[in-house]
Design a protein around this ligand. Structure first.
Ligand code: SIN
Length: 333
């Protein structure tokens, strides 16, 4: 990081979400318009930010994050890479809707080519609500992005005074402020506004990844199929028809697959589609199981939830279609 007597330069990239949400009524925590307020309004609402960093904002998108797309991911990641390659930029904060925040965080964790701090934050209550959580989350995110302690830890997620890794974190509650959890543990906390770290993630992350998205205009088509009692071949066959390049099966337990879906997935694998077994349990590592899975060439998604397996598989497919190499990526990232 640049070490000068001046405050670190932190750029705030806004993408929308509840943190920029506006409701007609200050008691409303649902039914508001996500992404309605611009980045300037968010920054001006927290003048204390200037005590920690020199900031400027840029609007990348104004989305409800349920509508996040590969296009916005590519635009955002290219912008982050461009900014962090400048010697006078010390860190990035991204404001984002909480619904897919963990997916954008993991995409950036795999595609940002810098070890400078990148922190993603959001809010569960719209900016217009009583006790809105956005302003404190934004202040903490800037404090964290301005801190040398955040260097080389991968993309960080900071909400509700907690610091999580992009790889591990997931949204666990529909409405609670304390919704972001990491089944493998948080990295640290914002103790009275001071970043305090306890853990590190031992997987390749931003600044040490092989995924170059600079020249990409789109990403391989990969879909998730959710396993359940009474499952069948319908969605797998539809996905094969649609021309997917990869499929993630959110299996039961240790990535187990209903026998009817399994037969269809084996057909998909024979057709060259990469099939990754994940789990719908919410925690744990998918490890080798039935011999029929390995015979069919299905891969294991390690401890990534299905929505993050999809992202890693998309990026893996930009490099290779070799199953062994892709499986290795699931062990490394
Ligand atoms: C969104 O994800 O954009 C809406 C919900 C939220 O930010 O909490």
């Amino acid at each position: 990081m640049t070490c000068t007597a001046e405050k670190p330069n932190v750029i705030i990239l806004a993408t929308g979400g509840t943190i920029a949400g506006s409701a007609a009524d200050d008691t409303a925590t649902t039914g508001y318009q996500a992404g309605a307020l611009g980045v300037g309004v968010l920054i001006n609402a927290v003048p204390e930010i200037k005590n920690y960093a020199s900031v400027r904002g840029e609007q990348i998108a104004s989305l409800d994050s349920k509508d996040m797309s590969d296009d916005v991911w590519l635009k955002l990641s290219k912008k982050v890479n461009e900014l962090l390659s400048q010697s006078d930029v010390d860190g990035i904060v991204i404001t984002h809707g909480t619904d897919t925040l963990e997916e954008t965080a993991y995409f950036l964790n795999l595609t940002v080519q810098s070890k400078k701090p990148v922190v993603i934050t959001g809010a569960m209550r719209p900016a217009t609500a009583i006790s809105a959580d956005g302003p404190m989350n934004l202040l903490n995110a800037v404090r964290l992005a301005a801190s040398p302690l955040a260097f080389d830890r991968g993309v960080l997620v900071c909400l509700n005074d907690q610091i999580d890794s992009a790889r591990h974190v997931t949204k666990t509650h529909t409405t609670s402020l304390d919704t972001f959890k990491s089944p493998l543990g948080p990295l640290g906390f914002m103790n009275d506004g001071k970043p305090t770290f306890y853990n590190r993630v031992d997987r390749r992350h931003a600044g040490e990844t092989e995924f170059e998205i600079g020249a990409l205009t789109d990403l391989p088509y990969v879909k998730i199929i959710y396993g359940h009692a009474g499952d069948d071949a319908l969605f797998v066959d539809a996905a094969i028809q649609a021309g997917v390049r990869g499929l993630v099966y959110a299996g039961t337990g240790n990535g187990s697959i209903h026998q009817e879906a399994e037969a269809a997935l084996a057909r998909a694998a024979r057709a060259g589609i990469i099939v990754v077994r994940s789990t719908r349990t919410g925690s744990g590592t998918v490890i080798p199981a039935e011999q029929s899975y390995s015979e069919a060439g299905f891969l294991e998604g390690d401890s990534l939830p299905p929505q993050k397996c999809r992202i890693l598989l998309q990026l893996a497919l930009t490099r290779t279609t070799d199953r062994r190499q892709i499986q290795q990526m699931f062990y490394e990232y």
